[in-house]
Design a protein around this ligand. Structure first.
Ligand SMILES: [Zn+2]
Length: 287
């Protein structure tokens, strides 16, 4: 590699001067290379920039596929968990209802007993020998009536709770039905996406590898490192409105000119992403 660099170069400008690149490359078709006096080195850097930017577009598409596919299994899992939760809740309500029904039955028996007692006391009252005995039985009857009233109050409360539980079951069952429907849809979506994207991802993957062949090892390693560290996976960005398309920091006019010259690979001073000019980017995006 012939390095004819001046020491004045900024540290974050990656100098790449390598003319030993494959001559024919289908990707340069998008870039205008009309100047007759174009230097071999310039073509080479331009090719690399085109390859890098194209690689970025492809890798971003792969990222997108992985993100979409990455979220669906989680959504399916969440739905499955929610369904289990709802079914457990409904089971619990059913058990609570059974307990309440038993309680109602118990109180009904109390009432029945009390009525029997009252009947017995009333019969006894027919045969009392004095007022004291009569009053004593009256008190017993009064007590049993209180028992009945209390039991009736409890039955009312239990019935109220029972109705509430039934309402809750109905509501939970409605949600459960909806979630089961959602799950069915998500599961088939997931199956579709997996089979669909597997093919697409493989073809993108092989295109990514194709472009990688036009980029030297050192640059490719840098690309992968920047991509890994960038939250959105963008290692190569275009200059948009005088700013870095990755971190939106302003780029001085002279630097923008250098980027447009395609004489060296220039990275953003702030985020370290590789910069390409808007013209080159849009020619690739349209192509
Ligand atoms: Zn930046």
């Amino acid at each position: 590699m012939a390095k004819s660099t001046s020491k004045a170069k900024s540290a974050n400008e990656t100098e790449t001067r390598n003319a030993k690149e494959p001559v024919e490359n289908p990707i340069v078709a998008h870039v205008s290379l009309t100047q007759n006096d174009v230097d071999e080195t310039e073509i080479s850097i331009e090719k690399k920039l085109v390859a890098l930017y194209s690689l970025q577009q492809i890798d971003s598409q792969i990222d997108k596929i992985r993100i979409i596919r990455g979220e669906l299994p989680l959504e399916v899992e969440d739905l499955e968990d929610e369904i289990i939760g709802l079914e457990t809740r409904i089971d619990n309500y059913i058990q609570e209802i059974e307990t309440l029904k038993v309680s109602v039955k118990e109180k009904e028996n109390v009432i029945k007993d009390s009525h029997l007692q009252i009947k017995r006391y009333e019969e006894q009252q027919m045969n009392v020998r004095n007022n004291r005995e009569y009053d004593s039985l009256s008190k017993e009857i009064e007590f049993q009536n209180l028992e009945i009233a209390l039991a009736e109050k409890r039955i009312k409360e239990f019935t109220h709770q029972l109705n509430l539980k039934n309402e809750e079951i109905t509501a939970a069952q409605k949600v459960l039905e909806e979630r089961k429907n959602d799950l069915e849809i998500k599961q088939s979506e997931l199956a579709d996406i997996v089979s669909e994207t597997e093919k697409e991802e493989l073809s993108l993957q092989s295109r990514s590898e194709e472009f990688q062949r036009f980029i030297e090892e050192r640059l490719l390693t840098a690309y992968k490192r920047i991509r890994k560290n960038a939250r959105n996976g963008l290692a190569v960005v275009s200059v948009e409105r005088d700013a870095c398309g990755g971190c939106f920091s302003a780029i001085p006019p002279q630097r923008q000119l250098d980027i447009r010259m395609h004489k060296k690979i220039i990275v953003c001073e702030y985020c370290g992403r590789i910069l390409v000019d808007h013209g080159l980017a849009s020619s690739i995006n349209q192509g």
